[in-house]
Design a protein. Structure first.
Length: 474
């Protein structure tokens, strides 16, 4: 009989005994391995998901007879206690708690004894973490969509208010044609609505249960995977255990969605930075969302908007980091995959904060609509004049050339097209009439763009009103 102390059954050292997987090993882990292998410092935020998955797994184990009803009930009560400790920040993390899964199991076993040691039956940390992450992705996507909902509704409200206020539409950051502030704001809303859809789709694809896939090839226990999936609110179970434990596509989907959202917030931030300069002077950002200078007392800096712009880079980096980690990994699970959590958590936190910042800025903003109207100069009605010539029978290319010559004349004279003498216009464009010049009045040419998705004020109000129903339908 092999006794304690025999080389095949050594007395465990204090370091060895603290690891739940240490039975195979004769030597303690190096300090560097412990440090690089440890994830509890960042994956502890998955405690809700880990406990939720463990509840479902315990109930299923009782159904198939691995646990008695009494053992299941003890485990569920113990998990309640663990959840309370995490919730009120009294849970004590030990050095032996390598990750959130071991921390929960270790504390549960302290509370309930042997039933806690049975909980991991038929389960691996590989399918456990995959399940936790999908539960997290689902709730994180919901939280982002809720913030997007708030922001988009605020934009729609502002757009409706400013549906008829003229604003230059820019291409190449040069004044192109007149539009309205409301129409421009709805362009922001469209970007964010696509993000809202994107997170919904990412959550849908994440809503597949890998629980029951085990370490890589499933389990010999008659696990009822559909039961745990149903209890956890998943739509389906995964159909290949090898893929299920090594798939991080759902995380990459969300990282892509956060990158797109951060890019859109960056573009909005950039426009607010430009518009709040004295050169543009289109908006005044509130004191609560701007900062001062430590040296220049006159300064009012749009730091919130600038940081919306700046934060995009880190979300892009997080996406590329995980793509790079995953690109060379063979099936199935590899420890490299532990690198999925910090980039994800950081991107989620970054865009949630960005959405709060954007909402705060739009809750305390004043648009200088008189300045915007004044900026609708510089021959922004040239395209409209060209189209009037076309309606009068001039071929488009001829009208385009004639209008270009007329703009050059207006530039030379330092005036607008409609203020040039009619005779001089007709010398270049014979089809020009006095009625055409009257039709170049700013509000008239904006109202003339009466198409779905265009800038006529009533079209802008219609589009703004549709946003609530679009969000509710989604």
């Amino acid at each position: 009989m092999v006794g304690t102390g025999h080389p095949l059954n050594p007395s465990p050292s204090p370091t060895m005994s603290r690891h739940l997987w240490a039975g195979r090993f004769d030597a303690s882990p190096a300090a560097a391995l412990d440090a690089i292998n440890r994830s509890i410092d960042f994956d502890r935020r998955l405690w809700r998901e880990d406990i939720e998955g463990s509840r479902a797994h315990a109930s299923m184990l009782a159904t198939i007879g691995v646990l008695s009803d009494a053992e299941r009930d003890a485990i569920l009560r113990g998990l309640d206690t663990v959840a309370q400790e995490f919730g009120n920040d009294t849970f004590v993390v030990l050095d032996s708690d390598e990750d959130i899964h071991m921390a929960v199991e270790r504390r549960l076993t302290e509370l309930v004894g042997d039933p806690g040691r049975k909980l991991h039956t038929g389960r691996s940390r590989n399918d456990q973490v995959a399940t936790d992450m999908r539960l997290f992705l689902r709730s994180a996507s919901r939280a982002i969509r809720d913030r997007l909902d708030t922001l988009v509704r605020r934009i729609a409200e502002l757009a409706s208010t400013h549906a008829a206020d003229p604003l230059p539409a820019y291409t190449h950051l040069q004044r192109g044609m007149p539009t309205t502030l409301g129409h421009h704001l709805l362009a922001w809303a469209e970007m964010l609505l696509r993000d809202h859809d994107r997170f919904g789709e990412a959550a849908r694809r994440a809503n597949v249960s890998p629980l029951g896939s085990g370490a890589c090839v499933g389990s010999s226990f008659p696990l009822r995977r559909e039961d745990t999936a149903r209890e956890l609110g998943f739509d389906h179970i995964s159909l290949n255990s090898l893929d299920a434990v090594s798939d991080r596509d759902a995380i990459l989907d969300v990282l892509y969605a956060t990158s797109m959202l951060a890019m859109h917030l960056s573009r909005i931030g950039e426009e607010l930075v430009l518009w709040s300069t004295q050169e543009f002077a289109f908006v005044r950002l509130g004191d609560a969302v701007t900062t001062g200078s430590s040296m220049m007392p006159n300064k009012k800096n749009p730091d919130g908007a600038e940081l919306l712009r700046g934060k995009a880079g880190r979300t892009f980096g997080n996406l590329v980091a995980l793509l790079t980690t995953m690109k060379g990994l063979p099936l199935t699970y590899n420890k490299d995959m532990q690198e999925d959590k910090e980039p994800l958590f950081d991107s989620i936190d970054t865009v949630l904060l960005g959405l709060d910042m954007a909402s705060a800025m739009l809750d305390d903003i004043r648009f200088h609509t008189d300045r915007m109207r004044a900026a609708c100069s510089g021959w922004v009605n040239a395209t409209d004049f060209c189209e009037l010539l076309v309606r009068a029978g001039t071929p488009l290319r001829t009208a385009h050339h004639q209008t270009g010559r007329i703009v050059a004349l207006a530039v030379e004279r330092g005036t607008e097209i409609q203020h040039l003498p009619l005779a001089e216009l007709q010398a270049i464009a014979p089809e020009a009439t006095a009625d055409m010049l009257e039709a170049l009045e700013l509000d008239a040419i904006i109202a003339a763009r009466d198409l779905p998705g265009a800038s006529a004020p009533h079209r802008v109000r219609e589009a703004a009103a549709m946003i609530s129903s679009r969000l509710e339908k989604d």
